[in-house]
Ligand binder design. Sequence first.
Ligand code: SF4
Length: 333
Amino acid sequence: MTAAAPSPRCRACVRSSGGPIRCKCSRPRGTEAGVRSRGWLKIQDGCDEHCTFCATTLARGANRSRPIPELVAEARALSEHHAELVLTGVHIGTYGRDRGSGLGTWDSEVPTRAPNPEPRGPSLGRLLEALIAAVPRVRFRLSSIEATEVDDAIARLLIGAPRQLAAHLHAPLQSGSNRVLKRMGRHWYTADAYRARVEWLAARLPVFGLGADVIAGFPGETAADHRATLALIEALPFTYLHVFPYSARPGTAAMRLGEEVPARAVRDRASELRLLGDAKKEAYREKRKGQTGDGVVSGHAAGRLELLTEDYLSVYLPTAAWDGRARCEVTVD
Ligand code: SF4
């Protein structure tokens, strides 16, 4: 991977300061050792859902959102040291619902209706608007969000403010079969609703990093259900997948569902999904080759810097070629 040429202003700065690490063109700067310019902002904890495979709700309790003014103040402080802030939590798409916002009006029974009206009151979209207004020089990124919880306010920012909100969604899919989604307790979307929201966004984003979690071999999953998942993944513009062969977690409702899938079939289905995920990842990388990206330094090892683009591609640079900026244009190769 190669970095695009530094801006003229940056070259001048390098010349006048006598060394690339002292470049003053862009704050914040990395440091020569332990470079990492991404920070994390935890916006909520807990989850009100009860997916049958998940032990998180048992351990973390109900949705609790932090107040917007407190998060804005923390983001301001973090922005002194980080060029990118990742919004984290257990179920961030429900941010604000415990603070008086109505449930989103997304209706999974109307799968072709892609626009997703905003909820009333505090919401993730409103939080993002406040954060971006307060610290516009930072790039925010959503850690993981349900596709059908990307409301119109979030979509507007993804499309209209690419420097402030990274064009990347990690949207758990889990299964492409409505029958399996129902058994998983994931009642708030169908495969068609997921597909409609992703396709609507993909048609409007010139670059779009899209990842998903998928579970292979959930209890009761048939060969036809598995094929439905493969077909949905094939049809959507995923750029990577996280595939989990199903394994029972103590205390979860899925343990009582019965109809366990034989271990061999679980393994085979997981490998098939991984192969498909790898192929889609390679195809996306190939498509992006030679194009520029908005890189933020994310790590430093063995004489190389890792920068992460808005669409979640890693680009590497020799440390010696680095001009000290925590964020710069890179070329994907
Ligand atoms: S999988 Fe996610 S949405 Fe479902 S219960 Fe666990 S944390 Fe909540």
